[in-house]
Ligand binder design. Structure first.
Ligand SMILES: Cc1cc2nc3c(=O)[nH]c(=O)nc-3n(C[C@H](O)[C@H](O)[C@H](O)COP(=O)(O)OP(=O)(O)OC[C@H]3O[C@@H](n4cnc5c(N)ncnc54)[C@H](O)[C@@H]3O)c2cc1C
Length: 307
């Protein structure tokens, strides 16, 4: 890194309104409850703060990690060098305009869904049970058996790594299975969803049914990052891991769920190294038994060892 973390904190604190922290444990901010510290973590207080942070990082060649809800992330045990921009306190606006919902990127997916039900707008029910923020869901094109978040996306407002604002229509985002082609370093700040008029009671009924199904089939009561692997074409990673006889396998504080083979759980005190060991074991055994190469779905970030 170009500057020491104390100098960088002072520099950032001097030019943004939001809070700046040194050495904040990222385990406090990830759904997994795993991860070493962020060298420097900043909470932008709004759009201008975000632009400033991105410009300073670009000018000083400081690596940047954007953190939404931290529900799709495995932060390695040595932590993250450079600047982590935490969006959990920013871009929280949420409004209805006719059949469209406009939503800040920091809004929890569950809040977006709750508003759609209140406003009798249907389309987003498939996102039931997907934790994290709307920005993170768009970035990774969150998917469930009922479809993807991109299915109802209208447009997205972003800030690029030079701090410039950009606007893209859904079709310009290049979305695919668990993927979007956002330019590197671009931060989503706002999105609009085009929905249809529905019946509030029916929307709530669908949400309840989907929640019950999730609770029955996924280990939602234990810390994880959701599915570890992407599903290979025409198959399910969980089925392949189960078929390889690995459900329940344990390493340190981590375990391949006995309920769903594509979930690795933090039973308490798991390290990122434990999780990666299990993921690698599952990948290798599935490859040996079926020839299928499983690809990680979670975002692995940071360094394995401090320093
Ligand atoms: C119990 C459980 C169940 C899950 N079920 C599903 C499921 O059914 N379907 C599914 O798709 N996923 C699922 N997930 C994974 C995860 O919840 C989703 O992928 C979610 O959309 C990630 O959002 P996030 O805000 O937590 O992203 P984060 O984990 O914070 O970040 C993920 C990636 O997005 C980037 N990012 C975050 N915010 C922004 C932004 N505003 N602009 C640009 N980049 C950004 C980050 O840098 C990172 O690369 C599940 C996870 C858990 C723990």
């Amino acid at each position: 890194m170009v500057m020491g973390e104390v100098k960088l904190k002072e520099r950032l604190q001097g030019c943004i309104r939001g809070e700046v922290l040194i050495g904040e444990p990222l385990s406090y901010h990830t759904y997994f409850r795993i991860g070493g510290p962020a060298e420097v973590m900043a909470y932008p207080a709004g759009l201008e703060d975000l632009k400033t942070l991105l410009k300073v990082a670009r000018d000083e060649a400081i690596p940047v990690l954007i953190l939404g809800g931290g529900s799709n992330m495995l932060v390695l045990d040595g932590g993250v060098k450079g600047l982590v921009i935490n969006l959990s306190r920013t871009f929280l606006e949420l409004s209805v305009a006719g059949e469209q919902i406009r939503c800040g990127a920091g809004v929890r997916t569950s809040r977006l869904l709750a508003l759609s039900a209140r406003a009798s707008l249907t389309g987003l029910e498939g996102l039931t049970g997907v934790p994290g923020s709307v920005g993170g869901a768009i970035r990774g094109n969150a998917v469930t058996p009922l479809g993807t978040i991109a299915d109802h996306l209208d447009w997205v407002r972003m800030v690029d790594c030079s701090g410039e604002e950009r606007f893209m229509l859904r079709d310009e985002l290049g979305v695919a299975y668990r993927h979007s082609e956002l330019p590197t370093g671009t931060v989503i700040v706002k999105a609009a969803f085009a929905l249809r008029r529905g019946v509030a009671a029916e929307i709530r009924g669908t949400i309840s049914k989907l929640l019950i199904r999730r609770n029955l089939t996924q280990p939602v009561e234990v810390r994880s990052a959701g599915c570890i692997f992407k599903n290979p074409p025409r198959d399910f990673a969980g089925r392949l891991v189960e078929q390889a006889g690995l459900k329940g396998l344990r390493r340190g504080g981590a375990q391949i769920s006995g309920k769903h083979g594509n979930f690795i759980l933090n039973l308490g005190g798991a390290t990122a190294a434990d999780v990666l060991w299990l993921a690698e074991r599952a990948r290798a055994e599935v490859m040996a038994k079926t020839g299928v190469a499983l690809e990680l779905e979670i975002q692995v970030v940071g360094s394995p060892i401090a320093g």
